[in-house]
Ligand binder design. Structure first.
Ligand SMILES: NC(=O)c1ccc[n+]([C@@H]2O[C@H](COP(=O)([O-])OP(=O)(O)OC[C@H]3O[C@@H](n4cnc5c(N)ncnc54)[C@H](O)[C@@H]3O)[C@@H](O)[C@H]2O)c1
Length: 348
């Protein structure tokens, strides 16, 4: 297969960084897009020749190899099922689905249809985390013991992410799912115990009383070998998106900063257009990102998925459909634990 022909579903935030990544790949081509709004701007910006408001139309087209799912979480299930029914390969943004049942059905149906389903956990491809993983393999920290990781910012731009019925949860589900997926990939083994805490949504939230999902959530994970990880997601952090990972081992430690590690330190009185995701000012001291999409792993992730499609290869551990399912299971176990005050045991 020379060029992989992509049907993009969604036109906004995620669809934009997916398009940016595909534009850097000579083997990727977006042939059409389906979304409810923003079609004209998207087609013009990314040179996409065709558009529709009906995603099912895209799924039926013979000139499309891959459906790239960049719609709100509650639509992942129906779009993936439709794409699989039409024998398309599928890239699905995180989280895989809003319930464990839906995620299981997607995994099983894609397997039955013999189509590839890629779970877009970009942290697996973030260059700093890839380098950290290499250092660990070279023995830099001895035996890994425990990890602390978080994705936090001041609130989602998407109205769908703010409401539990569309999102499937709150900050734990929408943001902490990145560290959860990455640590599981890093340790290379299942989670066996989950303890969770969340603010609880609306009046119980710390700050975002209009969000029905929690605005702060965290979970402690115990892995099969007895190692632990603490993962956090919150919408109460001002000053820009803060993605950090700390890895502790018997012989060393690694501190990784995905979003505040720009080589540029800027001081500006008037400010400028953009520094990093979710900052509300560019005045005074800031750390303007240099290629944010690459730093967060999107570019390499999408190049990898397109490569798998060209070679008809299953995704590796960490970004398979089953890994997407496990991440949903872990989040739901954390919610159960937060509700009951008990540790939830299983094999995720
Ligand atoms: N990996 C990451 O770091 C990351 C970052 C942001 C978002 N995401 C994920 O990407 C997905 C989209 O998030 P977003 O922030 O771009 O959302 P958004 O709210 O900014 O955009 C939603 C898009 O979906 C389209 N849409 C809604 N209903 C539709 C329908 N029935 N048919 C076709 N199109 C429809 C809208 O027209 C819009 O273009 C979510 O699942 C989110 O979790 C991932």
């Amino acid at each position: 297969m020379d060029k992989v022909r992509i049907g993009m579903i969604g036109s906004k935030f995620a669809a934009d960084f997916h398009a940016d990544s595909h534009a850097r790949n000579p083997y990727a081509e977006i042939v059409a897009i389906a979304a409810l709004d923003g079609l004209e701007e998207y087609c013009e910006k990314w040179n996409v020749p065709d558009s529709t408001t009906d995603y099912k139309e895209l799924c039926r087209r013979d000139d499309i190899d891959v459906i790239d799912v960049c719609v709100p979480n509650f639509l992942h299930h129906e779009v993936v099922m439709e794409a699989a029914a039409n024998n398309k390969q599928i890239i699905c943004e995180k989280p895989l689905a809003t319930t464990v049942e839906d995620a299981k059905e997607m995994v099983e149906f894609c397997k039955k249809q013999g189509v590839l389903l890629f779970y877009a956990e970009d942290w697996v491809f973030a260059p700093a985390l890839v380098r950290a993983t290499e250092l660990i393999k070279e023995g830099a920290v001895g035996d890994m013991l425990w990890v602390k990781a978080k994705e936090v910012h001041n609130g989602s731009h998407s109205p769908f992410a703010q409401q539990k019925k569309y999102c499937g949860g709150g900050a734990l589900f929408h943001l902490a799912i990145h560290p959860i997926g990455f640590v599981r990939y890093l340790f290379g083994e299942p989670v066996t115990e989950v303890t969770g805490w969340v603010t609880g949504g609306e009046d119980k939230n710390f700050y975002h009383k209009n969000y029905t999902g929690e605005d702060w959530g965290a979970c402690m994970l115990k892995f099969e070998s007895g190692r632990y990880a603490f993962c956090e997601g919150n919408y109460i952090t001002v000053g820009g998106m803060d993605d950090k990972v700390e890895i502790y081992g018997t012989e060393g430690r690694l501190n990784i900063d995905l979003t505040f590690s720009s080589p540029i330190q800027a001081y500006s009185r008037p400010g400028f257009e953009y520094a990093i995701e979710k900052t509300d000012t560019t005045k005074h001291w800031t750390w303007p990102a240099v290629d944010e999409f690459a730093n967060l792993g999107y570019v390499e992730q999408l190049r990898y998925f397109i490569d798998c499609v060209r070679k008809n290869e299953q995704p590796k551990f960490g970004v398979s459909a089953e890994d997407g399912l496990a991440a949903v299971e872990i989040c739901m176990a954390a919610y159960e634990s937060a509700e009951t005050g008990k540790v939830v045991k299983g094999k995720f």
